[in-house]
Design a protein around this ligand. Structure first.
Ligand SMILES: C[S@@+](CC[C@H](N)C(=O)[O-])C[C@H]1O[C@@H](n2cnc3c(N)ncnc32)[C@H](O)[C@@H]1O
Length: 370
């Protein structure tokens, strides 16, 4: 699977991609549909955010009461630390619409991160909403790895963000090492990172509620070079100007949602042989790998309902994975990561799955639950 966007993001170390309100709303509402109390009484931390522009802060602040939050904390990273340099863009909080806030500090505005907190009705209008957000400069730059932000992580129950792509592994480790609930955006290829797959296999983390095929569009800082095809795609989706589409973006989480309990409707091995819409299967059935003890199922909708051995399926299967229907038993090897649970025939010397000598894509191994 091509991973050009993430590679590009890494090459230019551009971590500035801003999530759209609708994408956040659609995702969060799916958890609420499944469990209306999922955020009730909870402290939510939004790190790596830019509350000046962030739709995460906006969504959670606007919906503070409906979600039943106890506290919302959002932190931003110092402008001086960002990989791309921009002119200082004072936030509305610093300028308070024309007049400078008494807190504005010329020395801090570039070198310090900011913290935004919402936990009570401050303006006396008997509502807790975005108008009650209080802000201050952090002592440091707002790096999520700093002691200061790590303390906020420890205080939080649920961490929600779109973290910097270039630090995805580190950010993930930062969350799971503290055993926190989370909802974060990443790239589906991260599933086979050695730091992440063990959690997927044990069903300790999974893909979010928004279908993987749903395109996500991100805002970018003014003037950022965007690939014409991504800009055009964003435009087709209704976002004109400084926007891009990042292929393969998806949500990762350990919050439960309804989609992961919906079983796939599948055909038996015999019916698939007869009626499959895929020419690789119809009239032929399922191949076995040369170098793994499993059958190859090249499409999620071609998984047979009555096969109890190990099956290799595309990574995008995880988008449709029903916890009660299939267990994840491994993934194809690369760099000797030990993902294949003894399914790999090491003596073949080739870790990429082969069928009659031909290479196929990376696969996840699954087995039907009895
Ligand atoms: C992908 S953007 C997402 C921004 C925002 N959360 C959103 O979704 O709109 C990641 C943000 O993390 C910031 N960032 C980069 N490195 C960071 C670090 N070490 N600690 C905290 N934030 C960082 C970037 O400057 C960028 O604003």
């Amino acid at each position: 699977m091509a991973n050009t966007n993430l590679t590009n993001a890494k090459a230019v170390k551009n971590d500035e991609f801003y999530t759209q309100y609708y994408d956040i709303e659609r995702e969060v509402e799916a958890y609420l549909d499944y469990n209306p109390d999922v955020f009730r009484g909870k402290t939510v931390l939004l790190p790596c955010d830019d509350p000046e522009w962030s739709n995460f802060t906006k969504y959670f602040a606007q919906n503070f009461e409906r979600l039943g939050l106890k506290k919302l904390i959002s932190t931003s990273y110092a402008i001086n630390r960002k990989q791309e340099r921009y002119g200082v863009q004072l936030s509305l909080f610093e300028t308070e619409f024309e007049t400078l806030s008494p807190k504005y500090d010329k020395r801090n505005t570039r070198s310090h991160g900011k913290i935004f907190v919402l936990d009570r009705d401050d303006n006396g209008d008997r509502r807790i909403d975005i108008n009650d957000l209080k802000w201050d400069y952090l002592k440091g730059d707002g790096d999520f790895r700093s002691k200061e932000v790590t303390r906020l992580r420890d205080e939080a129950d649920i961490i929600v963000t779109n973290p910097p792509f270039s630090l995805f592994r580190e950010f993930f480790a930062w969350i799971v090492s503290a055993g926190k609930s989370f909802l974060m955006i990443g790239n589906i290829n991260a599933i086979t990172y050695k730091e992440i797959f063990p959690f997927v296999r044990k069903s300790k983390i999974w893909l979010g509620a928004t279908g993987f095929m749903t395109d996500m569009v991100f805002g970018v800082p003014k003037g950022t070079a965007v690939k014409p095809s991504d800009r055009a795609k964003a435009e087709r989706l209704g976002f004109k100007g400084d926007f891009t589409r990042l292929g393969n973006s998806c949500w990762f989480t350990n919050l439960d949602h309804g989609r992961r309990h919906q079983p796939l409707e599948l055909m038996t091995v015999e019916d698939s042989k007869r009626y499959s819409r895929h020419k690789q299967i119809a009239g032929h059935g399922y191949d076995r790998y040369d170098n793994y003890s499993a059958i190859e199922v090249p499409f999620t909708d071609a998984i047979p309902s009555d096969y109890y051995g190990v099956m290799g399926v595309p990574i995008t299967f995880l988008d449709k994975h029903c916890l009660e229907q299939f267990e994840i038993v491994g993934a194809t090897e690369s760099e000797g990561r030990g993902f294949s649970e003894g399914l790999w025939h090491e003596e073949s010397g080739v870790s990429q799955p082969l069928i009659n000598g031909n290479r196929v894509y990376k696969r996840i191994f699954i087995r039907k639950k009895q």
